[in-house]
Design a protein around this ligand. Sequence first.
Ligand code: IPE
Ligand code: IPE
Ligand code: MG
Length: 254
Amino acid sequence: MWFKPWKQTKDNLQDQVAMDRLPRHIAIIMDGNGRWAQKRALPRSMGHRAGVEALRKIVKACSNLGIQVLTVYAFSTENWNRPKDEVGILMKLLTDYLRKELDELHQNKVVVRAIGILNDLPLEAQRELERAVERTKNNSGLVLNLALNYGGRSEIVDAVKKLSRDVLDGKHQIEEINEKRFSDMLFTGGLPDPDLLIRTSGEMRLSNFLLWQLAYTEIVVVEEYWPDFGQKSLLEAIKAYQSRDRRFGGIHTN
Ligand code: IPE
Ligand code: IPE
Ligand code: MG
């Protein structure tokens, strides 16, 4: 059977970052496709196309490094406000990505998951997603979490509704609601919170991404546009993360 293993570059990667202090979960706001294209006098669609290539490389690098979870912001609930053509292109690129990459992702043990209001995606995209999630669900490697039609605020409101319904149904008491239960109600329930958030293209904002989950995440903003972000940039971001002093509100006593 055709098989394309991703493992061969592992040793190089291992030399460049502290392998015993890797972030368990990396989240990325893949921003700047449009500006990348504009700089080259190309249509925005070409920027999105180049963005998919960058995603392929970063998934491979994270898998080779042994990162547990990679969550990528691919389409926000606010991105529907873009021109219809651009939304259509983004949805088509998503469908094509899943169709083309699924074999290779599966062979490399990647678990494909998605977070967001998936029911509102075009049917074809939903079908490819379901296929990818179903086929890879028992894999043991990198969890690739695609944030699609995702918005942090609506995720929180939905969790509140679910918990309220459970109270009304007598499944639990209001007093039993705590941070753990609340987290479990989010799309990311069961996954560790991101340790590292990377945003490309220089913008210093969250744009409604993982508002609850990023409470204590280390943030690295890079100036590069997303299509230019490669393995080297990823390693730099991990190195920056490893140089941070994560105190979680405490102090060091020695
Ligand atoms: C990120 O690039 C891709 C999506 C939001 C889907 P943009 O399309 O936001 O690129 P810029 O920010 O306009 O450069
Ligand atoms: C965030 O980028 C969403 C994704 C990367 C999918 P945007 O380009 O939509 O964010 P804003 O509009 O600059 O805040
Ligand atoms: Mg943008």
